[in-house]
Structure formats: structure tokens, C-alpha cells
Write a protein that binds this ligand. Sequence first.
Ligand code: FES
Ligand SMILES: [Fe+2]
Length: 370
Amino acid sequence: MAISLDDVRDRYALPSVDQLLADLDAGETLPAPFYYAPEIHQLEQEKIFSKSWQYACHESAVAKPGDYAVTRAGAIPIIVTHGRDGQLRGFVNVCRHRLHSIAEENGNKPLLQCPYHGWTYGLDGKLKTAPRSQREPNFDCSTISLEPVSVERWDQWIFVNPDPNAAPLATVTADIRSRTDELNADLRDYEFQIRYEYDMECNWKLWAENAVECYHCPTLHSTSFGKTYHTSPDDYAIDSSDNTIWHAGPIKWLPTNVDPEGLKGFRFAFTFPSSFFALDDYVGFIGSIQPVGPQKSWAFVDMYAKPGADPIVVKEWLDMWDRTLIEDKRATDIQQIGYNSGRVRAGRLLLDSESPLQSFMRTAVTALSS
Ligand code: FES
Ligand SMILES: [Fe+2]
């Protein structure tokens, strides 16, 4: 049954939407139930993740006809295909027979066969054959197709939106495009290294909020990110709008004799609700965070390195990022305990350093109340 934010507000004694927005303007965080209530999780799937653009894969995963790549958009499994007509398409990765996934891993095939009972679909999503269906008097394959979703390229990146009638991705990225064009152009040359994955015992918003502020960098990341980049408020730039957040900070330390002066430094872009990418002069990454449950989330981060970059720096940087993200995971898992305590109703932001959280939370509330 569909629920509304009003139903959830009654149950958890939350203020009105207007009051929530006024509290955010005054520097409060969202109230704690937003981080543990199962109803909020359900509402987020419906109002945010089922209709938002989310990073799916690099274009190389679906470069040739027959290629397909699996991903998720919130709770919705997705498969992106490259048809024989050259067209990229996306579908809900769920068989129309009895809802098994069509594929569990990326691959290349002329047809997609569900491994459960063998229903076979074209790369255009149309059902071609179903074993024993000829024994059924009223079964017509041509009336059955995988559920379509929207797919778009953002330069070399493939994004998906479970809404088949989604507004173009550019409507989300417009505010940040002039900056990310340069980022993507640089990242295009970088070579894939490794995928990092993190299982968090926390609500997805805690990890996303952590990703969009660097107030914690000098303390939590004192031997990782905070050692590598200048993170003081005068050095580290942050900027945010409704759907996008931008960070930039100079490199402070290198494990070699290179003078960081003259390097482009760290640059980071985030698109609501959960996709992010970044790079510096040595490594780059792109990733996404997904809610798994009200208090569980999963993130993947695909790491890239600049061809010809000093291997000592690349190794150190890849390791630094893994340590940084594990530190983030530990912190957000511990925050979840605090949010669950029921004794602190909301947090208090320092807006000079944490304004992106305010934008993120405002966009979330607006989406949930739509
Ligand atoms: S669930 Fe796919 S063929 Fe049965
Ligand atoms: Fe962090």
C-alpha cells in the first residue's frame, strides 16, 4: 500500500514539511526517524530511488553489440544492454515469468535467457521464447517484454533511471556541467584499477552526507585524506545546489619529491541522490551508494589511475582512498547507533562547512513530500 510522508509524520511525531524545511534552514539536521524508520526507507524507494538518475557502469561494460551490464538503482535490479541495432537500452533485471533475475553478472550474449526456467528475451527486452509455452492455449510471447527503464550516457559513464519517462539527466546535472566537463575529459584517459565495495550498518543518507562535507577530514582522516589534501575551510572549496554538490582542494602531500604546486588537485562531484565521482592528478573514481534497508547500505567505488602516473603515488593513493572510505564507514555505522538511541532528536550543522548537507536534506524532504 502506498504511504505518504504525512502517514510517517503522524507515526513518528515529525513536524510538518514546512517546519522540517524551516528547521533545516536554521541549521538542524533531519530528525532521527529519517535515519531508521522502515516507512521512510519505503518512501525513499518510491519517491527517490525509483525515479532518479543513478550511475550504472562505464561505457566499456556495454561497448559491443550483445554486451550487457547489471547494476541496481536503489532496490531495483537493472540490466543495461547493447542491442544489435547499436542501441543502449535498460530494463528491470527481473523475469516476467516468476521474477528471477535475468543475469547476475556482466556478459555478452545474442539473447538473454533467464536461468530459472529458460524464458529467453532479445536485447530489446522482448520475450522470444518460453519453454512449453506452445502447450498453453492463450500464451503469446509477443505481448511480453522486460520492464523498460531510462538509460543515458554522461560522457563515458552510463546512468540509469528506473522511470521509463524520466526527464533528461541534463536537468539534474545542469548546475555542475561546466565543472564536470573538465573532470570527465581528464578521467576519460584514466585506466580502471579496482572496485572497492563497502557494506554499511547505517542508513544510506549518513554515508551520502559524509561524502558531501569535509569538516570531518582533518580529524577522521588525519592519516589518510586529511594528510593528502588541504582541507581547511580557506583551502577547500564547497558549493552546492539542489541536485549537485562540488568540492575542490589542493594536494598537500605526495609520497615522492613532486611539488604539489601546479597540480590540479582534488575535485569531486555529487549528484542527488547517490552518485559521485572525483579525481586528482593521479587517480580518479566513480561510485554510488545504495540503500539496502532502513539501517543498511552498500556502496561501490570504481577506481581509475592516470596512465603513466608515478606507480608509487598511484599505489599510495589507491590505498589512501580505501582507508579513507573504511574510516567513513566506521564513523557512519557509529552514527547510526546515535540516531537509534532516541535521545537526540536532531543534529546541528555548522553551515559554513556543512552547507551541502543542508541542500541534500532539503532535496530529500522535497522529494519525499512530493
Ligand atoms: S523466473 Fe524466469 S523463466 Fe521462470
Ligand atoms: Fe570522509
